[in-house]
Design a protein around this ligand. Structure first.
Ligand SMILES: [Zn+2]
Length: 311
């Protein structure tokens, strides 16, 4: 997996080539479990990791966020879980790497652990940018108990949306419905980094069928992603960035998983036995959809999975 250089002043002296080091070996990637109560499970305190010069990944307090620091401001992708405590922590971490103002906020999808603090940014007059699909879904999506519905974005786009600051460009791409029906990614071409939202996890991705997600949409999005010139992906969950090589490996795993799920359904495996029947132990850490990824076995998701792959 990719390793970070974590630290303060010394970072300035580290060259671009050295900031991201491809480590040998396949250490297990952490598994994110969004079904667990926020205060007790995967929600580690917020930590900033430098991924490239001027580009940081914020892990903890919900889904991963990305910060791009330009000479005249900051671009933020995703806003952590709702709550003033989370918002304050997020702001503190951003200010720990840049004293420049936040100029743009992108939101990758409607889920509360990514869109949670958009109201504060909107109230501060900062454009909150998301896809037209997000704008449509955010008004109607199924909010989990205890979570809050996020507001409409201030700016929405049909296909792509680019913002430029001094020395930094970010382009958002609207995606096929995949993790949800509101997905987009944000590409930083001069850093060759893509902030993936939940179109990429550490390990098997999950799909929210109830909110319009489609596993085959994810497969299509990953095919399109190949066309971007990137070397690093920031996953929506998981403690480290993902290299291009890891992405290529994950793409093969996803294709294989879909093929096996389809074959099992075609062979008449009932829904209740699907996850337990499909072979995943050869796909590596994080791909055990039967026991580690409880998201896969939520009834609404299992229904969606079965229905989609039965066609
Ligand atoms: Zn999500």
């Amino acid at each position: 997996m990719l390793k970070f250089v974590v630290g303060g002043a010394a970072l300035a002296a580290v060259s671009a080539a050295a900031t991201v080091v491809l480590a040998q070996g396949a250490a297990p990637r952490p598994i994110y479990d969004p079904s667990a109560p926020p205060a007790t499970s995967d929600l580690t305190p917020l930590v900033v990791h430098q991924v490239k010069p001027g580009l940081y990944m914020l892990v903890g307090d919900g889904g991963n966020a990305t910060i791009r620091v330009a000479d005249d401001g900051v671009i933020l992708v995703d806003t952590k879980l709702t709550g003033d405590n989370y918002y304050q922590e997020l702001m503190q971490k951003i200010q720990s790497v840049s004293d420049k103002p936040i100029k743009y906020v992108f939101v990758t999808h409607v889920h509360n652990d990514h869109s949670g603090n958009t109201p504060q940014f909107e109230a501060a007059g900062i454009p909150v940018i998301a896809s037209d699909d997000y704008k449509a879904l955010v008004a109607t999506y199924t909010v989990r108990p205890g979570q809050m519905r996020s507001p409409a974005p201030t700016v929405s786009f049909a296909k792509t949306y680019t913002v430029k600051l001094k020395g930094a460009t970010a382009t958002a791409y609207a995606l096929h419905a995949a993790h949800t029906a509101s997905d987009s990614i944000v590409y930083f071409p001069d850093e060759k980094v893509v902030a993936m939202g939940d179109n990429m996890f550490s390990g098997a991705p999950t799909v929210d069928w109830l909110n319009g997600g489609r596993l085959l949409g994810l497969q299509k999005n990953w095919v399109k992603l190949e066309k971007l010139d990137f070397d690093t992906l920031i996953p929506g969950h998981g403690a480290t960035p993902i290299s291009r090589a890891e992405f290529e490996a994950d793409r093969k795993k996803l294709d294989l998983l879909i093929e096996r799920l389809r074959a099992a359904i075609k062979a008449g495996v009932p829904k209740s036995e699907l996850l337990a029947t499909v072979k995943v132990d050869d796909l590596g850490p994080g791909w055990s959809i039967k026991d580690q990824h409880t998201e896969w076995s939520r009834p609404a998701r299992l229904d969606g999975l079965y229905a989609e792959l039965s066609k």
